[in-house]
Design a protein around this ligand. Structure first.
Ligand SMILES: [Zn+2]
Length: 382
């Protein structure tokens, strides 16, 4: 068998990360993404996709590369209780077994990272990307920060890491976790913190100490979509990565910037996500010998999360992308219906009319000018 062109980490045990039926975050939509990816890749040449389906619970020293011991003790004790406690100030409750469930997601990120470091091909962890957790606290549905721990793991191995985050919410746990690091370039596209949790991620926040000039924040107003994300992404990401010269790229690939998301208010389309994937994949080939870890993250409309992440897996494996009007497999649609109790989408894309975007060319020039003055880097039009 030939070496797979991309590797996916998905264990059914990731579904244990479950805040209950009334909480907006669910790994079920990531599970449906994995199923759809598998079905869509089933006619591809054997070995196009490799899979890790059994993932252990990350050990304590691994968790301590990012989280404080007192916080780990606190989660471990809450995890043993039958009742739910709040692990942060509002949105992130404990549940029985939450320590193990969270630590298994961490191990998924570590295994995906190890895979891409070893084989130089993209590795995909759709269940991960819990970027809000801080060293000493849970935040924003994130108990342990699997993607920050993967970054810490890469740093321990002596690598320089470029971290790119397209979640609608600012990836505060990762950015502030490595704010002083001169070995982590962090570029974060998100809805303006004045309009959305966690309220951070402004262009003037560029890092500190050795990390000064290595953190780039690109906030967009509510209602912005592809016309905001794609030109700024193409302008900022390749330039900063080429200058930084990472050994590995980490892409936090949330889907809550998608139009129709239940929590955030951006309007990205599947086309924009696919373009981001292609740009990042090309940069990994150019700069990091193919070393690329892609995680999932936020996303609160299962119809978007499942289809976009499945498409990302196909792109990472170099497989043909299904057209928007292509039908979805009936067995998969049945599974979607069973899981969510509502009709599954029929095709890979939705025909929708988007709201007018507030984003203008002048906004782009203004944002780029702010970043150029703060980062001291010329971000020319490609
Ligand atoms: Zn989010």
């Amino acid at each position: 068998m030939t070496t797979a062109r991309a590797h996916v980490v998905w264990s059914e045990r990731f579904l244990d990360y479950d805040f209950g039926p009334h909480h907006p975050f669910t790994e079920s939509s990531r599970g449906l993404a994995s199923q759809l990816l598998e079905a869509a890749a089933s006619s591809a040449p054997a070995g196009s996709l490799g899979w890790t389906r059994s993932v252990k619970v990350a050990d304590r020293p691994t968790l301590e590369t990012f989280h404080r011991a007192e916080y780990l003790d606190f989660v471990e004790s809450a995890s043993g209780l039958a009742k739910q406690l709040l692990l942060d100030t509002g949105d992130t409750p404990s549940f029985p077994g939450c320590y193990e469930a969270s630590a298994r997601l961490v191990q998924g990120a570590i295994e995906a990272l190890e895979n891409t470091l070893e084989h130089g091909r993209p590795a995909f962890h759709p269940a991960g990307g819990l970027h809000h957790a801080h060293p000493q606290r849970a935040s924003g549905f994130c108990i342990f920060n699997d993607v920050a721990i993967a970054v810490a793991h890469a740093l321990q191995k002596g690598h320089r890491v470029a971290y790119i985050d397209i979640d609608a919410h600012h990836g505060d746990g990762v950015m502030y976790g490595f704010y002083d690091s001169g070995r982590v370039l962090d570029i974060d596209f998100h809805q303006d913190g004045r309009t959305l949790f966690p309220g951070t991620g402004f262009p003037h926040e560029v890092g500190r100490g050795d990390g000064a000039g290595l953190k780039a924040n690109l906030p967009f107003p509510p209602g912005a979509g592809d016309e905001a994300l794609l030109p700024t992404f193409r302008r900022v990401v390749p330039t900063l990565l080429r200058q930084f010269r990472p050994d590995v790229i980490v892409l936090q690939h949330s889907v809550d910037g998608h139009f129709g998301d239940e929590i955030a208010h951006l309007q990205y389309s599947p086309k924009a996500y696919a373009e981001v994937d292609r740009v990042v994949l090309a940069l990994a080939r150019e700069l990091t010998h193919g070393r690329l870890l892609v995680t999932g993250g936020g996303g609160y409309r299962a119809e978007s999360v499942s289809r976009v992440l499945a498409r990302t897996g196909l792109i990472l494996a170099g497989l043909p992308e299904p057209p928007e009007h292509a039908p979805l497999p009936s067995a998969w649609r049945k599974e979607f219906h069973t899981t969510f109790g509502r009709e599954a989408p029929a095709t890979w894309g939705d025909a929708v009319e988007l709201d007018p975007s507030p984003w203008t060319d002048a906004d782009e020039q203004n944002l780029v000018a702010q970043l150029e003055s703060k980062l001291g880097e010329k971000l020319s039009v490609p």
